[in-house]
Design a protein around this ligand. Structure first.
Ligand SMILES: Cc1ncc(COP(=O)(O)O)c(C=O)c1O
Length: 398
């Protein structure tokens, strides 16, 4: 009798992904904080502002009115209307209510879109450096990630020419995240239009992650949604998390062709069902009220970006591109790799955490080997103190 080997417990797909690096860093930092260590946290990818009062009030009123039951899966008509109208007003897009779905954070919109569109072996073009989750979610769906290298000397700019070269007959989708996490790079208006053209012409889906679309410091925020002639091949992935300081609420959306949105709704109906009922009411308040808070946050982020950039660039040996959006700086720390026994940025981030008590995220998580990501929605004092600690630690390495 042959003895069979022990049964496989876990499905292949769960082996294709890793724990989100940013979440792993937060967990490690939380352990130290629980031991009473005073950390400066440049790890968290979220605004430090409180959610604006009028948004909180809308949620409280909804709870008081017992708006606390299931809703229809893609969100109540008023929240879908608020999403399409906000986007149309700000960017000139033209979506119907049944082309919008409200989701549990932008991440769910992205996750479900990739599950719905990508089959085993399909290629998805992903510019480097990329937000950690893109790669893993593509792989979870069974897709093949086609990494598109960008140049640091060109501010990690993504061009239509580079995208065109990466396209093959197996290309199913292209991911664009502008402004980007982690480098804050922006796709120029001209490149954006050319990319939309070439995707549309070839029937390739353009997945536009607009998580930071309002945090554009180079000019007026733009969205490919304004190219209404290409709607058939565009899916806009939106988030209220960073725009309205609502990360914990889990509020996001997708705008896209009705057939795609219907499939997103089908998948959502078999997983999480509707996003939280009273969060939908809060989202309506956020999207339909005065947008003054968005402008205030943006102005403050620019001040903090400039402060962080100046301090980081002042550390000997460090170079750093100027981010044009989002709220991260992505300094090149290669001058310190090889010193003090530190070989990788993962090791550097660990040493910075335990020895300098500064939380950072290693660049390996974003697909580059010589950078760390610093998130700057913190106080000016924290920027000063955190960069002082980093400088002291780095220049002390033999
Ligand atoms: C590029 C990008 N897209 C999407 C998200 C998801 O945001 P949320 O799920 O909070 O809406 C994030 C969050 O960090 C992000 O950085």
């Amino acid at each position: 009798m042959t003895i069979s080997s022990s049964p496989k417990i876990f499905a292949d797909r769960i082996g294709r992904i890793e724990v989100s690096a940013t979440m792993a860093v937060s967990a490690e930092a939380a352990k130290l904080r629980a031991q009473g260590v005073d950390l400066v946290d440049f790890g968290a990818g979220e605004p430090h502002f409180a959610t604006p009062r009028h948004i909180k009030d809308a949620a409280i009123a909804a709870i008081d009115a017992n708006f606390s039951h299931y809703t229809v899966v893609p969100g109540i008509p008023d929240v879908r209307k608020a999403i399409v109208e906000r986007h149309a007003t700000d960017f000139g897009s033209d979506y119907a209510i049944n082309e919008a779905i409200f989701t549990t954070g932008g991440k769910q919109a992205l996750f479900n879109t990739l599950q719905v569109l990508v089959d085993h072996g399909d290629e998805v073009i992903l510019p480097v450096p990329y937000w950690v989750s893109f790669r893993d979610i593509i792989q979870y769906a069974g897709g093949k990630v086609v990494f598109l290298e960008t140049k640091e000397a060109e501010n990690f700019r993504i061009t239509a020419n580079a995208i065109e070269k990466a396209i093959t007959p197996r290309t199913k989708a292209i991911i664009l995240n502008s402004p980007s996490n982690p480098a804050g790079s922006i796709v120029s208006a001209e490149d954006l239009e050319r990319i939309v053209h070439l995707a549309h012409k070839r029937g390739i889906f353009l997945l536009l992650d607009e998580c930071y679309v309002y945090l554009n410091y180079a000019g007026k925020p733009v969205s490919a949604g304004s190219f209404t002639w290409a709607k058939e091949h565009m899916i806009i992935l939106g988030s209220l998390s960073k725009t309205y300081a609502m990360t914990g609420w889990r509020a996001g959306f997708a705008l896209g062709p009705q057939s795609v949105v219907a499939n997103l709704s089908k998948l959502q109906s078999q997983s999480t069902s509707n996003a939280t009922s009273f969060v939908q009411k809060a989202a309506i308040a956020a999207l339909t009220s005065s947008q003054e808070c968005v402008e205030e946050f943006r102005a403050e982020f620019i001040t903090l970006r400039d402060a962080m950039l100046a301090k980081v660039r002042a550390i000997p040996g460090i170079t750093c591109t100027k981010p044009e959006g989002a709220f991260y700086v992505y300094p090149n720390v290669s001058a310190y790799l090889g010193k003090g026994g530190i070989k990788t940025t993962a090791e550097l981030a660990t040493r910075l955490l335990h020895e300098a008590h500064v939380v950072t995220v290693p660049g390996e998580a974003f697909g580059t080997a010589e950078h760390i990501r610093l998130s700057y929605p913190v106080t000016k004092q924290n920027i000063d103190e955190g960069t002082r600690r980093m400088g002291e630690f780095l220049t002390g390495l033999a």
